[in-house]
Design a protein around this ligand. Sequence first.
Ligand code: COA
Ligand code: AMP
Ligand code: ZN
Length: 432
Amino acid sequence: MYLHKELETMSRSEIKQLQLERLKKTVNHCMNSPFYKKRFDAFGLKPSDIQSLEDLKKIPFTTKEDLRSTYPFGMASVPLEQCIRLHSSSGTTGNPTVILHTRRDIDQWAEAVARCLYMVGLRSNDVFQNSSGYGMFTGGLGFQYGAEKLGMLTVPAGAGNTKRQIKFITDFHTTALHAIPSYVTRLYEVMQTMGIDPRRDTDLRVLLIGAEPHSDEQRKRIEQMLGVKAYNSFGMSEMCGPGVAFECPEQNGLHIWEDYYIVEIVNPDTLEPVPDGEMGEMVLTTINREAMPLLRYRTRDLTRILPGDCPCGRHHIRLDRFKGRSDDMMILKGVNIFPIQIEKILMNFNELASNYLITLFTSNDNDEMTVEVELAKLLTDENEKLKSLAKEITRQLKDEILITPHVKLVQKGTLPQSEGKAVRVNDLRRHF
Ligand code: COA
Ligand code: AMP
Ligand code: ZN
């Protein structure tokens, strides 16, 4: 059962006091990590230099590149035998990123997710269904453990197979569903074809939507379609996964749990702090993690801190709806993809030239990707050869980016040539 309500309702001064305590402890603990030890030495920094929350700014940023260059275990702050799980997600090229967890980390992560679920009114008599992918996708096991901690009956349906997903919702009387916002439309459309009216034929009352940017209009539309309340859920693998920030019943921003994270918002170009309330890149320091704490991690996610107190009475600060990224990462079907991953595969084929275009679009309520790529030389009357080439490219791309793109081979000189930096991604997705 969910136990630690006092942490959820701390005053500002209590939050600050706990943050400083945990920051000092974390920085000391980080000296067990070969990466941070070396970095602190390189900057002539000692853990004792961190005596206030302001002192955090003395610590250099940690980036996704750091995670990749220390792959797989170079950032661990505990011996590997104390770790019980890792999650890995795609990097830009080459090495993916890895986050290690001790038993305590997994338990604290579940606690954070349980706190979010409790906050939006879910209780042990609810039935919780998860349409996230399990395995390495943290939205799977992350929500699973949190929902179990709360004591709900859980339905770990996983991604895909929409008809079966809907059968579970009706047969098991699912009351709460975790889904990616773009997938909810697909669910709704398939319900229509099955003659199921979600308001009449299901017990759904709460939707937890996240993993990709979406608008308030999109949220309202989901609420209206399914007859539910839909709450924005923010998470990222580097910070565990889901449970980082969540909307409360006021639905006016996402409370970020400050007993787990210290938040900074910086200008992504200058890396200087932005004035209060302005948009910038979110930088997070984990202060409640054992296996692999991260100091001043550049999330690349763009948001701002909302001014003022939330009428709900919680004092953990609120983040505005996320507006996108300060890098070129795309999120399609809840999967993170960097254009360079696609480019790397394409450039392995001698038959291909270097000009390509990625188009994201919505078709039959599914988000899809087309990869158009120019052939190196003019090919005519070689249809069979072209088909098998496209098939092999599709297979290799699917292995790399986890979703299935539509590959189109086009004649050299057909794709637009852009001056300067090539425009590689055309996002035509329509969400309402
Ligand atoms: N969540 C759940 N199911 C999804 C989905 C999503 N975001 N996007 C698509 N699907 C469904 C499709 O509707 C389809 O099922 P249906 O035909 O029964 O309706 C099925 O998954 C396969 O989709 P398709 O587009 O044909 O396959 P793909 O190879 O391009 O993508 C997925 C494969 C869907 C399995 C992959 O995109 C995935 O695992 N997505 C979920 C990622 C996730 O959980 N992220 C959460 C991070 S917190
Ligand atoms: P992952 O590491 O696979 O969990 O993906 C994390 C990324 O997904 C974040 O860094 C964001 O870019 C994006 N993301 C997750 N939740 C949200 C959300 N609620 N709104 C907007 N973007 C989100
Ligand atoms: Zn609130």
